[in-house]
Design a binder for this molecule. Sequence first.
Ligand SMILES: [Zn+2]
Length: 344
Amino acid sequence: MKAMVLNAPNTPFAMTEVPDPVAGPGEAVARVLACGSGLTIQHVKAGRISAPFPRIIGHEITAEIVEVGAGVSGLAVGDGVTAYYYLNCGHCRWCLANLEPLCDRSGGNVGRNCDGGYAEYIKLPAHIFIRLPQDLDYRAHPAEIGVITDALATPYKVLRRARVRAGETVAVFGAGGGLGIHQLMLAKWARARVIAVDVAKDKFDACRKAGADEVVDASGGNAAQALLELTRGEGVDVAVDYVSSTTTLEAAAESLGRHGRLVTLGGAGQRFEVSALEMLLKEQDLLGSRYVTRSEILETLDLVARGEVWPLVSDIRPLAQAEALHERVERGEVIGRAALLVGR
Ligand SMILES: [Zn+2]
């Protein structure tokens, strides 16, 4: 099969002929139709996230099962599938409690610790594949359907994690990014008042289109003040930080009102200071949110199937153009998500 192989970190993709994967016991092979090109996998390509090389990256797939190995049940040839990003064990207390991102026997990630979706075929442990709902036309929209598993499902989970209710105010830090823009979309879907916070002025229009009621330009360094002014000094109910630098986390914490919830995920993951007294007096919550559970992916797929939300994929290209597409991802130029079309 043809595959876009990375032979070492921070090198260009090499279109390479590699052996077709064969399903062993408990595994399945799928033909890839499309694969999302987000910042996480660009971090692997650039060497900022470690991975064994050579590697075929990519996990936000739309694919069709072509082979199932011995002992596999629940998957059949011809099934439309996407993939769970974590190679979770499926058997530990966390997996059994429907908290798979916390799996304590995880084998890592699809497209990082095993080969991923930038190839004509992908082989995974069968339980990592997630069957697509019947009423989702994945053949007509493979790029959009592929990115649901991360770009849309991760922010969907945040609504749950932060207990977002209709009428509350949700501020999204890093709103112009691939996940941030889908967080705006989902917060709006949840009937919240939505405020986008970012430094990239060229993304502000897209933020408004995605659902932001207001946009705060954080480049002046006064995001917390702006959020307090927009809420008549009350503060926001929920601040979701996709940047998670010391600066954004402290601004997010400062912008929280009574019973406010701060959610950190992705980004820089830096240390920050908060006032314990403020947290106590206002009964605030500090929350980490890690990827998404399998059942939340199914719920997100259903939301799309019902037409309630639709992923924003603004740059879709053939696999052969992976290098040019990743240059745009690296420069932060993509609005929403980018994706590669692989097979038909
Ligand atoms: Zn587990």
